[in-house]
Structure formats: C-alpha cells, structure tokens
Design a protein around this ligand. Structure first.
Ligand SMILES: Nc1ncnc2c1ncn2[C@@H]1O[C@H](COP(=O)(O)OP(=O)(O)O)[C@@H](O)[C@H]1O
Ligand SMILES: [Mg+2]
Length: 356
C-alpha cells in the first residue's frame, strides 16, 4: 500500500516564534494564550495537538486560518504568510484550509446537501456544486442522507457532513478543533478512521486538536503537547506514548496506556523499602519484545513470585505496546538483578516505589 506522501519532508504549516496575547478588558487581565510557539507540520502528516482546557489549542488552530492574528511571529501555510494577509487575501487562503468543529456548526435550515454546497456557493463555483457535493457525500458515507436536515442526523452523521463541507473547496489542510469530543467512543473511532482514510487518499494534511490522548493514539503521526501556550513536548506518536518525558505528557499518556497507577496502589507507595516488603516496578515494552514471556522467565530465574498489579497491552500508532506494573518481593539485590535482567531483555523499567 502506498500513501500520498510525495512532499512528506516539506513543511506546509510553519509557526515561527508565535505569540498571541489577548488584551486586558475590564475585569479580565491580559492573557498570553500562545507564548512563543515554533512548529513545523509536514505535508500529508496528521499532527495531534493535545493539551488541557485553556492550554491555547483553539487559539493555535485559529492562527492557522487567520481567525486570530499573532501578536508577534509569523504563521505560514503552504508558503503564504497568513499573518500578513488582508481580508481579501485571507478569504482566498481559507479555501485551502478546511475546518471542523466540536458542535459541527451546520446550518439547521439546510439539508446535508445544502450545507456541503455552501462553501462552493460562496466561492461562486455554482456549476460544480451538484457533482462535487454528491462525490463528497459519497466519500463520507452519506449518499443516502443528502436530503436530511441536521436535526434528522446523528452526531456522527452531522460530523460527516461537517467533514464533507470542509473538503468542498479541496483544501490542502484540514483543521479539527475537538471534532470528536461530543461523540461517543464508537462514533469517535469511525470519524477518526474516516479522517485517516481522507488523509491517505487525498494526501490531506490534518491538524487535530484534542484534550483526549485516546484520539491521537491511533491516527496521529506526530504529537505536540501544549501547556500554558507553550510546546512542552513533541515527537512521533509512538515515542510520546512509549517514553513521555514531561509530567503533563505522562499524565495524559497514563490515562490511555494503563501506565497510570490505580489510586489505591499509589496511596500505599513509599519511597524507601521496608523489611519483607515489595518493590513496585513499571515495565514497558514495545513491538519487538514479548514482555509477558520475559517476566515469566524472570520469575523462574530468580525464583520469585511476581505479582501483576496493573496494566494493559495495547496498540499505539499501529505498533504493539505493553505496560505492566508488577510487585517484586525481596531485598535490594533481588530488585537490582530483576531490573538488570529486564533491561537486558530490552524492556524499559522504572521503580515507582515500595509497598509494605
Ligand atoms: N477572544 C479571547 N479573548 C480573551 N481571551 C481569550 C480569547 N480566546 C481565548 N482566550 C484565552 O486564551 C487562553 C487559551 O484559550 P484557548 O485557546 O481557547 O484554549 P483551549 O482551546 O486549549 O482550551 C484561555 O485562557 C482563554 O481564556
Ligand atoms: Mg478549545
């Protein structure tokens, strides 16, 4: 299978030292929503931008299509400095930048067909409407719902209309601001699969903004973690999940990979070992190794009983990924030799603490 990645190395979106400060207003103080972001998105890539509420995600994405102007720095899309365009230039540039939203933002007075047709009407491309809208509704799997009004569609169907509308003017970039946050997990998975297919088939670059790590796990090639308007970590999706560095990234990742300890175990953790107690160790392994086999071997080699406290085996960006938290009985020497053995087997280990 080949994907449309002819320009994978050339960036299509570039943020250069971008700051966005919202001026103080009456009771509200000045807010630095984006505080010095430099970022490069390669053409054909799916980038997930994750951060907590208020981190600056929506502001960041609105800077891409010029809905916000940077206070300083530049935003370039497909070679055009968005921040320097006038209204007329912006209107033209926005035709190559589609956007989808959490609450779909469909016109309730228009059918699915009418909503998808709107951007083409505005662009004065009326003679293409019929053929193009039908093709797009077909692409998102809604050919049979073309005459339904938004009130007659499910959430997932409404978002499919939103996606078809965003694609109407054949954009090069699709921006998604929490587009799956109002949907149930199953519908979310279907919408993400659709976005992935569109990315592959049309070579469309996608920037996905979300507060849910589970959303980026399967579809994003790259993950950017945003906190207080700054990038605190970025990298290939698998690496971010396998070896998160920043505490915020760790807490995001922990919620979906099973690496976050259940509260009852966390509450019992002590920094120092106690006689007759156990060490609590997190073991992480990826595609190539078999963690469960290595742990079985370890128990036999050291003649110890390893207790499984918590964990899961999952798939991140298409690669197997396992996280297990185990309790190892015995003294310091046993723990050291266990960690050495596991490390030698290529597993990543971390001693979280000790329980009595
Ligand atoms: N138009 C605005 N005027 C003033 N402050 C704003 C405006 N838009 C966003 N903010 C502030 O900027 C910060 C980042 O907001 P936002 O980009 O919406 O974050 P997120 O999408 O990550 O939740 C917040 O503190 C928010 O209150
Ligand atoms: Mg937001």
């Amino acid at each position: 299978m080949t994907s449309v990645r002819t320009e994978a190395a050339s960036p299509i979106i570039v943020f250069d030292q971008v700051r966005k400060v919202f001026a103080a207003r009456r009771a509200s103080p000045e807010v630095g929503a984006v505080n010095g972001v430099s970022l490069s998105v390669a053409a054909g890539e799916i980038v997930g931008v994750i951060g907590r509420s208020g981190a600056g995600k929506s502001t960041l994405i609105r800077l891409v299509n010029g809905l916000e102007k940077p206070s300083s720095g530049t935003v370039t899309v497909d070679g055009t400095a968005i921040s320097a365009l006038d209204e007329r230039g912006l209107r033209a540039a926005r035709r190559s930048i589609g956007m989808i939203f959490q609450h779909f933002n469909l016109l309730s007075s228009r059918t699915a067909f009418g909503n998808v047709a709107l951007p083409l009407e505005i662009a004065g491309r009326t003679d293409e409407i019929r053929q193009r809208v039908e093709m797009l509704l077909d692409l998102v799997g809604l050919a049979d719902k073309r005459d339904r009004y938004p009130a007659e569609l499910s959430g997932g169907e409404k978002q499919r209309v939103g996606i078809a509308r965003a694609l109407a003017t054949a954009p090069k970039v699709l921006l998604s601001d929490e587009a799956t946050s109002a949907l149930d997990p199953e519908t979310t998975a279907q919408i993400l699969a659709l976005l992935k297919r569109i990315n592959r088939e049309l070579g469309l670059t996608i920037v996905l903004i979300t507060h849910e790590m589970a959303v980026v796990k399967t579809v994003a090639d790259k993950v950017v973690v945003l906190e207080a308007g700054q990038i605190i970590e970025e990298g290939a999706t698998f690496d971010i999940f396998a070896h998160p560095q920043h505490p915020t990234t760790r807490s995001f990742v922990g919620s979906v990979t099973g690496s976050a300890l259940p509260e009852d175990i966390r509450a019992r953790l002590k920094a120092a070992p106690s006689p007759g107690g156990q060490a609590v160790v997190k073991v992480v392994w990826t595609g190539e190794q078999s963690g469960d086999r290595a742990l079985g071997q370890l128990a036999r080699d050291l003649s110890i009983d390893i207790a499984l406290l918590h964990g899961q085996i999952d798939s991140i960006a298409g690669r197997p990924f396992g996280t297990l938290t185990i309790a190892i009985p015995g003294d310091d020497a046993t723990l050291r030799s266990a960690v050495e053995t596991l490390t030698r087997d290529g597993l990543h280990t971390e001693v979280l603490g000790h329980v009595a």
